[in-house]
Design a protein around this ligand. Structure first.
Ligand code: HEC
Length: 109
């Protein structure tokens, strides 16, 4: 009886880890893509103080936090004027959501 309960705990624990894993992996993937593709302009810290970022007048993430996630997803999909390319051909909606989440998380750093 006691053994069964312990086994149950292990199985439940593993199930929880398996359910949480995709989310953790997605967050890590977003960070990797951001650093490779977005940080040139937005900066690793989200402040946009890179050479390219200054040239195209990138704002800090904090300045943009009043904008909705939905609007920001659209901007990453479609791009922004001549300054930022759209990424909808390169990344699916899930990936873009992850990128916007990661972008917004930089406001707290
Ligand atoms: C060539 C420079 C450049 C690159 C590369 C770039 N951006 Fe941008 N991005 C801009 C500029 C310029 C704006 C408009 C000004 C601003 O809001 O900072 C912008 C706007 C945004 C916005 C909207 C902010 C708002 O609320 O108005 C988001 C979100 C964003 N970028 C995310 C990304 C992500 C994610 C990537 C990488 C996949 C990326 N950007 C790559 C230049 C760039």
């Amino acid at each position: 009886m006691k053994l069964n309960r312990n086994r149950l705990r292990i199985v439940l624990g593993l199930a929880i880890i398996c359910l949480a894993l995709p989310g953790v992996l997605r967050a890590q993937e977003a960070e990797g893509i951001y650093k490779k593709k977005c940080a040139v302009c937005h900066g690793k810290d989200g402040l946009g103080k890179t050479a390219k970022g200054k040239k195209v007048h990138v704002k800090t993430v904090a300045e943009n936090m009043s904008h909705s996630v939905a609007d920001q997803i659209k901007i990453v999909q479609e791009g922004k004027g001549n300054d930022m390319d759209g990424y909808k051909k390169e990344f699916g909606l899930d990936e873009i959501k992850g990128l916007v989440d990661y972008y917004r998380s930089l406001a707290n750093k």
